[in-house]
Design a protein around this ligand. Sequence first.
Ligand code: ADP
Length: 979
Amino acid sequence: MKKIVNKILSSYIFLFAFIIGAILTSFFFTKLTEKKMKMEHLQNAKIIASSLNIDRLNTLTASLEDEGKKDYNRIKTQLKYIRKSLKNCKFVYLMRKKEDGKVVFLVDSQDIGTEDYAPPGLEYTEVPAEYMPAFNSKSEITVGPIEDRWGILITSLIPILDPNSNEQIAVLGMDHDASNWTQSLFINVLPTIAAILTLVIAIIILVIIQKNLKKIVSKKTIELYESREGIKATLHSIGDAVIATDTKGIVTNINPIAEKLTGYTSHEAIGKPVSTIFNIINSLNRTIAVNPINKVLETGETVGLANHTALLSKDGNEYQIADSGSPIKNNQGDITGVVLVFRDETQKYLKDKQVKESEEKFRSLAETTSVGILVYTDDKWVYANEATTKLTGYSISELKNMSFWEFVVPEFQQLVKERGAKKQNQEKAISRYEFQIITKYNEIKWVLLEGTSIIFEGKSSGLVSLIDITETKNYEKDLKSSKERYKVLFDQAADGIIICMPNGTIIDANSHIGEITGYRKDELLGNNISMIFPEQELKENPLQYSSVIAGNSVLRQRLIRSKDGELVEIEMNTRTTGEGRLQAYIRDISKRVNLENLRREKEIAQKSNKTKQQFLANMSHDMRTPLTGIIGFTEFLLRSNLSKNQLEYAAYIKESSEYLLNLVNDVLDISAIEEGKMQLNESTFSIMTTIQQQADYYSSKAKDKGVSVSLTIDDNFPEKIISDKNRFRQCLTNLLSNAVKYTHQGTISIVLEKLKQTEQHLVGKISVEDTGIGIDKLKFDQIFEVFSRIDDSNTRQTEGSGLGLAITKRIVELMKGEIGVESKKNIGSKFWFTFSARINTTPLDNLKDESSQKANIACNILLVEDIEVNQRIVDIMLSQEGCTIDIANNGIEALDMFQENKYDIILMDIMMPNMDGITTMKELRKRFTNIPPIIALSAHALEGDSEKYIKEGMDDYVEKPIDRGCLIKTIEKWVTSQE
Ligand code: ADP
């Protein structure tokens, strides 16, 4: 450093000295130039002085006398001429030093009389001292520039000597104007100074350049030094081993790592052939590996080592190495050697080997697992196993071209990104989350992803396993919804539910339990279930209640005690769950018990009603059988020769019997109606004829009471309608019989109107208006009820069951009609009903009213009937019609008596001892092939009976008591059909 400083300092001193030298030189040159200029000036003056004629000068005396002298003038003219001819010459003059030492003018160049003219002999008083050497020592001198009253002048002084005596005769003075002296001097000096300056600048530049060069050189030198040191240090500290050789493969350098790996010290190695110390083999096949040096020398390029190269060291160690050889070149690019750089890769080699082995293991594992395994690198799937293709539907090659997100359902992509990012931050951590994927076939699947980072094929990658958890998810969903459903069921259950620990401690209860027990849920929780069992019950039925706590028991109709102390009838069902908990389902059955009681009562009532119906039906059978006999025989009596009184009695008997029969029929009808068994039997009939017959019948009765009956029929009313003639007639009969019954004077008007008609249907209205006792308005509804008779003094005198209007109302409703009454007490009543019927459009001539048909039924009949009265009546009725009657007293007899082709008709009673009618009919049909029509006769005249018998196998049915017309008509129907 000191050296450098000294160097720098010395270089600056040199420069300073040089500059001083340059200045001095310039000054010297200036002086020299000035001297030269003065010399020139002196030279000129000398020339002028030499041109002067000495002789003439000797003639001069240096006084005014000289003015007139020729020589003086000639010299003056010469001087004048010289002055003018010389540039800047201001004065040329001659002086002489007198003996007294004064200097006087001898001749000058100025014109006489001019301002500057110095006459001869004029003392030069102001002569400068610098002039004196010219006078005193005869020196030729140039002085100046001197400033005096004539300006700035430079003066050359030349002593003029007499050649003979060598005496000074005069001194020539020649003044030049020196006001531009410095300028002239400068002009003259300038090139020299410029040259010097240029030289100085050049030198300064050179010095600076030199300085810089030195600096650069020094810097480069330092750098080089440092670099050399660095290289040296690098070579020593570098992690790689380095061996340098010359072009012959002789080791020239080796660093410590190379020393360590080869086992040779640099001392041992340097100077040896590289193959001696760099002994390499192929670690797989153990053959000698090719040393790259020769190839480097050959090609001049860097050459790498083959894979699996191992270095065998001097001490027997083996190192897996990775290396390269590179040429060392000089400035000209010639190869001067080779450098081998190699490193110990043993650890990496082993690690790579392990990785490779583990990768192979991974692959074989991944290919056999059912879990989808994927590896992604840079957001691309780079590996996928077979299971993944099954899971996603994409082939492995398709997957490899897909980005990470492509099969993630969009709603889950954000989640997967976030979790993926989190994962990256956590490096080795395993991430685990669930999301949905969409398969190639647009199927949505739930998957569980487990991901971690791995090195795959040498790259940092993500390993992902995908497990299809769709089923689990569905199961969870089902489980969740079933739990929710369970909760809803639990809360909404109609039963109270208590859940207990195995010891009976209540841990949960639904809200309904509060309604049964009166305890709030929080009052039950923590208590034992036995708190709701009544002590008495526990005492009486300890086993039953303890079985509740044991679980899986059913308590039927037992009791619990509610919070307010009341006993509640319950049913309790307990079961133990898989977790050992007890679930008790408690149902409040007190209401049900009540309902059951009610139902039982109702059943009993219905049963008794049915029994009543059955009783009534049986009664009707039992009553109608004797009534049939009474009425039948009364008719015979009336037709026989009786006395007047006898006839009258017989007529009463018949009337009473008929009333009784009507009553029985009404009872049967109401029974049938209440059982819903009454049905309409439709047929075509003349409504007018029917009404006319009824009107005739009741007018004769009314006439007896002095009451007239009128009939008004709508002219446009269709004559033939299809409806149930008997039921229609029954309704009209009821109204007419009442009108006659409750009217004691005045009239009864029957009116038939047509309310509505279409092509096939009509709605008709029939009204029966009387002037009878009338009905209180308040009783209007009551009179249509069953067994309703208005408790009235007037009506009590009349007969009646209170069933007529009730039956009429039901029948009218069956005929899709309405019934109504308008009435005023003591003024009269008007009963009416409407009915729907179909219209029979068949021409009238083709129709014959059944009632007007003449019977022609003479045929052979087998009557099977056990009751003698009935046998007689039928016998008489049919004999009168020309029929031959054989009587069988029961079914067995009938079977014996029956002969094929003998009978045209069989009349079969249903209820008979030994063998009833149905069985007999079936036996006949079984035993014989040619069976005539079998007509059932039965007092079981409930609606539906006929259908029942026909269904059993009867051909027809006639109800008891037997109506003569009906019997004849039925027989005629079958006889005619056989013809
Ligand atoms: P009954 O068999 O008693 O006549 P109904 O059912 O036919 O039974 O009639 C019920 C009651 O209606 C009768 O008891 C009677 O009081 C009253 N009633 C019916 N028709 C008439 C009428 N035309 N005039 C006055 N009262 C009547």
